[in-house]
Ligand binder design. Sequence first.
Ligand SMILES: [Zn+2]
Length: 239
Amino acid sequence: MTSTTSASLRESFLDAAAVLLPVRCAGCGDPDRSLCPPCRRELSPCITAERVGSVPVWAALEYSGVPRRVLLAVKEQGRVDAVPALARALRVAVEEAQRAARRDGRRADALLPVLIPTTRAAWRQRGFHPSAMMLARARILVPPLWHALRLTRQTRDQVGLTAESRSQNRSGSLVASARLRGRRCLIVDDIVTSGATIAEAARAIGAVGGEVTGAVAVARTPRRGRPELCGEPQIPPSQ
Ligand SMILES: [Zn+2]
């Protein structure tokens, strides 16, 4: 057994399962690695900030190439062995949101992570909630309120929908627990595309008197004509 393998074994049970079973890199398909070193490097976070309406959104990765393949492997092939690498990226996005909250003079520890719920069909297919697993893996406390958002109806998968149909598909699809009243919420999702889901979550939280301080995502779809700058992400002004 190589030292790399024993390090993985120590790191987590999930990684251990991956190295004991025949596995291919979730990013490029190379044999015998859960994630090869070059693909791991492609999962180094490059935090970008944008706004969906008035909600600042921090995303850790661009949803293309290796990050896209790894996220799809987790979500569609149940490759939970690749979750820790994505969790590290998500954690950096959460830290950036907390930093921004501190700059606003607010207590960062008061941010309550609020997860976007999955559809029943997705839950049946996967048996786990990808963002919940990533948050847990990133050791970000998810209190029992993580069921704070519920679907009012089973929405269609957003994949392949235009921005307009995404918005219609999501509109009015979420309801928030009354327990969010007065809480400062940080919306957590895996992939941001048009922002329709985040806008709907923010509406639902606002409707019960909760405050949305921002949203974080593991990845966001590439934005045309926008230069990618890593480092200190600047939140664009509210429209
Ligand atoms: Zn690879």
